[in-house]
Design a protein around this ligand. Sequence first.
Ligand code: NAP
Ligand code: MG
Length: 462
Amino acid sequence: MSPATRIINPATEQVIAEVPIGGVEETDEAVARALAAGPAWQAVAPADRARLMRRFAAQVEEHAEELAQLETANVGKPIAESRDEVGMVAEVLYFYAGAVDKHRGATVPVSGGVDMTFHEPLGVVGAIIPWNFPVAITSWKVGPALATGNTIVVKPAEITPLSAVRLAELALDAGLPEGVLQVVTGKGSVVGTRLAEHPDVAKIAFTGSTEVGREVMARASGTIKRVTLELGGKSASVVFADADLAKAAASAPGGVFSNGGQDCCARSRILVQRSVLDEFLDLLADAVLAWTVGDPTDPDSKMGPMVTAAHRGVVAGFLDEGMGAPGGPVSAHTTGAVPDGPGFWYPPTVVAPADPDWRMAREEIFGPIVAVIPFEDEADAVRLANDTPFGLSGSIWTRDSARSLRMARAIHAGNLSVNSNSSVRVQTSFGGMKQSGFGRELGLEALSSYSEVKNVFVSTVD
Ligand code: NAP
Ligand code: MG
């Protein structure tokens, strides 16, 4: 028997599957198959490639409930969220199926001939996936990679591989040729490292922590690989005194505690204009106490457990002594309730007013803890929002539309929303500024991350 990773349900602490631990050999074999599958995949007529991708999407729709249950069992996320995320996977595949024959080149006016451009595939893409949105983030890379004629090897997070493994089976069932989409399970330090260094991998599409992203980028430099990085965040939701405070407060738990705060877009800092701080905190406390934590298979649960016991320990550590607060541990303004019994539970927690210099207000916690920080005026809000090495997402709550646009232009982040906490849509680009990474996923923008412009000049001079 080859060694296997035991996959644990974080809500029950039960082992639900065993998955092979792939090594360098398995990775190299997968890359060789992907390389060999490339020419035939690129030769598939565009309309037929689109048809295959639509069949893949239809397979996902047919198996949507199975995939959602798998995701909830493996990640501990509420079933309602898993269903939405699997729905998004099908939408992503349909969207990029539709893009296959619309990703046009250009002709360029030049003298002495005709100049044209082609969007050429890169070759073999290595996709490295985090544990927080396993199936959705896999599709964000698979959709545009396949649409532009690449083949792809996916390395899921070691602890949450089940939905990606199933997705690859569904692709084969849909008729995608062998080798076009493969999954290698195993450790990031082995499989991920090998993909990043492999000479036959043309691009690494990485989503995960800034720390690992930095290492992946360094390793990929050996072969001048294309790299896109979707990394961490410390996003701010900025609430002005003129906002609909009730709506901003009611929406706030969803903006930071969804997926247990294990979300790169979590608005883990709420900046509130000082004149309405007390009023906002009262409204927020009510909303947080109504944010039900419990059995993720219950459609009414808003939040499940943390993904592992170890991760729960990391999250809890952000309120411990020495986390930057003067004079001892950081104390909570509001703490929600969690179930008894097995499961890696951690309550939704509001720290207010938090000092912007505390570690819990500066570092990505990746758990359900939010720092509420007062500000004085618009300039102060911009300064605080940008006082972070990250730049992924954020929200602006105000009834003044000119101010909302000034703020949206002034905040250095890739995805902002006004009077909303929504960050991700199939049709719109998604990605970070500063140390939240570079490159854009989703939308038509992603196509350029998986293809290369080739310029061809044809002389018409006799
Ligand atoms: P992580 O520890 O960086 O791991 C991400 C992936 O990289 C996993 O598949 C991991 O494999 C692999 N990996 C680990 N070490 C590696 C190495 N040396 N070389 C190559 N690959 C390696 O991140 P995570 O803990 O799974 O996810 C949480 C982080 O992801 C947070 O920082 C979050 O903000 C970020 N995130 C960003 C976005 C975005 O779109 N911006 C979306 C979701 C999450 P193992 O699991 O085997 O270690
Ligand atoms: Mg990790």
